[in-house]
Design a protein around this ligand. Structure first.
Ligand code: SF4
Length: 709
């Protein structure tokens, strides 16, 4: 029973990008009672299975509680904080002096708070002098970032969660929102039930989301661009576009239409390119055309592709052509995977951005340099995640600091990533847990970071709403905030004056001030109005949308219904996509395509959700889903084991025979690893092909073979 004297703390869920508000009431012995926060606009009190089980995941089992260092015997031994920090700073300084700043890198996480991200970026990009700072958001959202920047001039989401309540047509592309964004999905279903909104689901695989669809389009993998190119042509040929909006507020329509016509110039051509029936294609086109209030939601099936950015822009093209953007119930909408992928992007968490959405252009570099008083600011983009680990494998990067993520499991070609880690002269890991596959890949220094419930700062969810994550538990052992750990290393590198932070609030104020520094109206991403927030104001900060338009003291809600894009000429851009082609063909030896994704009740590599027996009961073991015809063809019985092989690795997985799976396709969940299951590191199967604009890897269509085990 919870002591009524212990008050509830308002915080946010650490899992998906919905960013639900949570009330956590500590029980006085390290646990807490969890409920949804009815006052948080993201969830209005609702929680999904993962969020409501948070109280079951608060123990200290397998927790990293003290700094540790690998000693000469090879064992990890406890060490004092000051010695650990001295060692990390000394080794980084030595390698930078010997090999230059390009020989070191940070790999961050969408689990970090915005303040942690800000300090890590500042140290690496402003003071060490390298932009080799990337994040696991590269695996999650980078194609949406690049698509938004190409179309809107900046990485932003034009709509709000409210639009899901107000749309008459909801189109989900590459999204199993019923499992991966459940609370938002509940809002969509409530809209269907209350207002009669219709739902189209576009996915090679039938899912719990497609069960509720009015129209399910089981497209061929990689063909989303063809579907939306065909839609653009249909809208144009039938005079169903908004010519006034196109003329006044956009550029590039004619070129994009020519390219779309070459890709899918008719309903029949679209059907051929996507593997759909002409009847279904026509039904979809007619629904879109006839429904002004339409929200198109896209997630990992779109983003995790070697042509993911073009897929995003093919979708955005259709919304721009109809002017259905930034209006009530009408917008494209990127569903963010992680709790703070958006916050990390805001402070430059990607290797190709600076901070506050500034880029590697001479004026932005100079502005950030002067604001930070940075002695050695990076002047060009760094290596994106997959390329960063390839550079590690080639021995070009000698020191890596991993914070709050498990790349030995989550990266594509994960065996190669794990082997690359073993080549490092210095692998520093800031973590909550004592054992995971990345730690096991040969960490030299382990630094105990505060976990959810212990740390304090801000996160930003899929609708651009900044919320506070607040501590409600005491820090265990010697665990410290990530921003403190990074700052202490920075001080030891000689940059003390710039990293003398006393609180997350101080870092947030600096981030907000940088966003408005010397802004004469040329930059829209400005939260300077928050740069004077007091410590008390930060403590009590309510969820707030951002960015504010330049000069505004209130945040803007929706964007672009009246143009005014974040481009130099204030016009939105149609983008002519490349013809959709998967990077590798299947062949006799690899006749199937492997798709990977999440399951309902687990999160990433299960370090937290794996602690809950209730969550574990949903789907308790790793599996490979196979269509019945393929199961018969390859001699696989439901419940048996199969060996799945790609050009990159092998896994042994339990067979689930399911008609939900498309013929010729396999599906495996991403969550298991060597730390929790010996042979199901599915990332080891995934090809490391990346999108040329976003650097995001393809995780949905690796050629594979399967055989009984
Ligand atoms: Fe947490 Fe996402 Fe579930 Fe909300 S929907 S409770 S943010 S996992």
């Amino acid at each position: 029973a919870v002591d009524p004297a212990l008050k509830a703390t308002s915080t946010t869920c650490p899992y998906c990008g919905v960013g639900c508000g949570v009330l956590a009431t500590p029980d006085g012995s390290g646990g807490a009672a969890i409920s949804g926060d009815p006052s948080h606009p993201a969830n209005l009190g609702r929680l999904c299975s993962k969020g409501s089980a948070l109280g079951e995941t608060l123990g200290l089992e397998d927790r990293l509680l003290y700094p540790m260092i690998r000693c000469s015997s090879g064992a990890m031994e406890q060490i004092a904080w000051s010695d650990a920090l001295d060692h990390v700073a000394h080794r980084f300084a030595h390698i930078v002096a010997r090999d230059g700043p390009g020989a070191v890198a940070f790999y961050l996480s969408g689990q970090l708070l915005t303040e942690d991200y800000y300090v890590a970026n500042k140290l690496m990009k402003g003071f060490i002098g390298s932009a080799n700072v990337d994040t696991n958001s590269r695996l999650c959202m980078a194609s949406s970032v690049a698509g938004h920047r190409r179309a809107f001039g900046a990485d932003t989401v034009p709509g709000l969660y409210e639009d899901l309540d107000q749309a008459d047509l909801l189109i989900l592309v590459g999204s199993n929102a019923a499992w991966c964004h459940p609370v938002l999905y509940q809002r969509m279903i409530a809209n269907k039930q209350r207002r009669g909104a219709r739902m189209v689901v576009i996915d090679p695989r039938k899912t719990d989301t497609s069960e509720d669809a009015d129209l399910f389009l089981g497209v061929k993998p990689g063909s989303d661009t063809a579907l939306f190119s065909g839609l653009l042509v249909y809208l144009a040929d039938n005079e169903l576009i908004d010519r006034d909006y196109i003329a006044r507020y956009t550029a590039g329509f004619d070129e994009a239409l020519v390219r779309a016509r070459a890709i899918a110039g008719s309903v029949a051509a679209t059907a051929l390119a996507t593997g759909l029936s002409e009847q279904d294609v026509a039904a979809f086109f007619q629904m879109f055309a006839a429904t002004p209030r339409v929200v198109t939601l896209y997630s990992q099936g779109v983003n995790q592709s070697a042509q993911g950015t073009d897929k995003v822009n093919a979708i955005l093209n259709c919304h721009l052509a109809t002017g259905r953007i930034g209006k009530i119930g009408a917008s494209p909408f990127s569903l963010t995977g992680q709790p703070n992928a958006m916050g990390g992007r805001e402070v430059g968490g990607l290797a190709n951005q600076l901070a506050a959405h500034m880029n590697f252009t001479p004026p932005d570099i100079d502005r950030v340099r002067r604001f930070w008083k940075a002695p050695r600011i990076a002047t060009h983009e760094g290596l994106k995640a997959v390329q960063m680990f390839e550079a590690i494998g080639r021995g070009e990067i000698k020191a890596l600091w991993v914070m709050g993520t498990n790349p030995a499991v989550s990266l594509p070609d994960a065996d190669a990533a794990r082997d690359a880690l073993k080549k490092l002269e210095l692998l520093v890991i800031s973590e909550n847990v004592l054992s995971n596959d990345t730690v096991g890949a040969g960490a030299h220094v382990l630094l105990p970071a505060l976990a959810w419930g212990e740390k304090s700062g801000t996160v930003t969810n899929s609708e651009r709403r900044i919320s506070r994550q607040r501590a409600f538990l005491a820090a265990p052992g010697e665990a410290r905030p990530d921003w403190w750990i990074i700052g202490e290393v920075a001080k030891r590198l000689g940059f003390g004056a710039a990293f003398d932070y006393k609180s997350a609030a101080a870092i947030f104020r600096e981030h907000a001030a940088l966003s408005s520094f010397e802004n004469n109206g040329s930059r829209d991403f400005d939260i300077g109005a928050l740069s004077s927030v007091s410590d008390e104001g930060f403590d009590g900060m309510s969820p707030i949308l951002w960015p504010f338009r330049f000069g505004d003291i209130e945040p803007s809600e929706r964007f672009f219904s009246g143009g005014d894009f974040f481009t130099n000429d204030r016009k939105g851009r149609f983008v002519a996509p490349e013809r959709p082609v998967l990077r590798t063909e299947t062949h006799e030896g690899r006749p199937l395509r492997l798709n990977t994704g999440r399951i309902r009740d687990q999160w990433h590599t299960m370090t937290r959700t794996g602690m809950s027996p209730r969550l574990g009961a949903h789907l308790p073991e790793p599996f490979i889903e196979v269509h019945p015809d393929d199961a018969a063809r390859y001699g696989l019985a439901d419940g048996s084991f199969a060996r799945v092989t790609t050009d990159h690795g092998q896994c042994t997985l339990r067979v689930v025979v399911s008609p939900r799976q498309q013929r010729g396709m396999l599906f495996a969940p991403i969550h298991w690893s060597e730390a929790n299951s010996s042979s199901a590191r599915v990332g080891s199967l995934v090809a490391p092909f990346t999108d040329p604009f976003s650097g995001q890897p393809e995780a949905k269509a690796t050629p594979a073979s399967i055989a009984p085990y």
